[in-house]
Design a protein around this ligand. Structure first.
Ligand SMILES: O=C(O)CCC(=O)C(=O)O
Length: 294
């Protein structure tokens, strides 16, 4: 589905009621190449020696995200490794098993401000039109990332709702997810449960612990049954696609089991008029408040 110069068509708006919308050919192959080239320069340029070796996982099983390197990354460009595990980036002694360029899970979280090529795409009139079409009045950008699923080691992203991480009252988060390469069932494309944003409430939150000493999940509602595996719809997306992701829709992606990488760029918007929870993991700073999109 392509998008018109004035935003989403009525049919696209209807389709977005599934909780996600794939917009093919939203940006060009040249755009994707420009962003990939810059992302690769960033990977090649970062200093491994001074890096705290922070790993990244969206799941609850790894206590990875308590450190300052992660918590203070909202206004920086920082690098997060794949989880430690047999098939991951590190061996049991914590040594990198692969080239550092191939060991990074993601870069975040202020590419939309600090990296001109990413900023340019994020602030494009087309992006603004689409976000406005989705009903945002004063959208603010936050939490931008490049997620690399490197061949054979790129990890899975477990089922989650983005509002768990970017909680506002009322709920308002939406993800914008740009395929910088073809995303396929074997290299870790996205899976969604259509309509789950209407049936599964946001039942937990990912917050800073008091005193900013790490992070934890807190439960908002007990006894929520997540949909079974077979409720997930696999959505392969060619390079150039933009996917809009409702903050409450359940989605996930699998491990890259292929020999082809799967690089994407994503950022999120929240409604500027909504109350942003002061214990959300990511907080604005005086130097870098959340970016006004419009
Ligand atoms: O790119 C992926 O594999 C997962 C991204 C995602 O789930 C998100 O940004 O919320």
């Amino acid at each position: 589905m392509t998008v018109t110069a004035t935003g989403l068509t009525p049919e696209q708006k209807r389709k977005a009621k599934d909780g996600y919308l794939v917009l093919r050919d939203f940006f060009t192959l040249e755009d994707a190449q420009t962003l990939r080239t810059r992302a690769r320069e960033l990977l090649e340029g970062f200093d491994l020696e001074s890096h705290p070796k922070t790993k990244f996982s969206t799941g609850e099983e790894v206590d990875h995200v308590g450190d300052d390197y992660f918590l203070n990354s909202g206004d920086k460009v920082r690098f997060f490794f794949e989880e430690t595990r047999a098939e991951g980036a590190f061996d049991n002694e914590g040594n990198l098993k692969v080239d550092k360029v191939c060991a990074i899970n993601k870069i975040g979280h202020a590419l939309h401000e600090l990296e001109p090529a990413f900023k340019e795409l994020s602030m494009r009139p087309r992006v603004k039109q689409v976000v406005e079409s989705m009903g945002f009045e004063d959208p603010r950008i936050l939490q931008s990332m490049v997620i690399f699923k490197q061949p054979e080691i790129g990890g899975r992203v477990p089922p989650h709702q983005d509002s768990t991480f970017l909680y506002t009252t009322p709920l308002s988060a939406m993800g914008l997810w740009f395929a910088l390469e073809d995303c396929t069932p074997t290299n870790g494309c996205m899976h969604f449960v259509p309509g789950s944003h209407k049936t599964v409430p946001v039942y937990k939150r990912f917050v800073r612990k008091p005193g900013n000493v790490g992070t934890t999940f807190i439960t908002l509602k007990d006894g929520i049954k997540e949909p079974p595996e077979d409720a997930y719809v696999c959505e392969p997306t060619p390079v150039g696609s933009l996917v809009l992701i409702h903050g409450s829709v359940l989605h996930k992606s699998s491990q890259n089991q292929s020999n082809k990488s799967r690089w994407i760029y994503t950022f999120h918007v929240i409604e500027g008029n909504a109350k942003y929870a002061p214990d959300n993991w990511l907080q604005p700073t005086p130097e870098m408040p959340f970016t006004k999109l419009l």
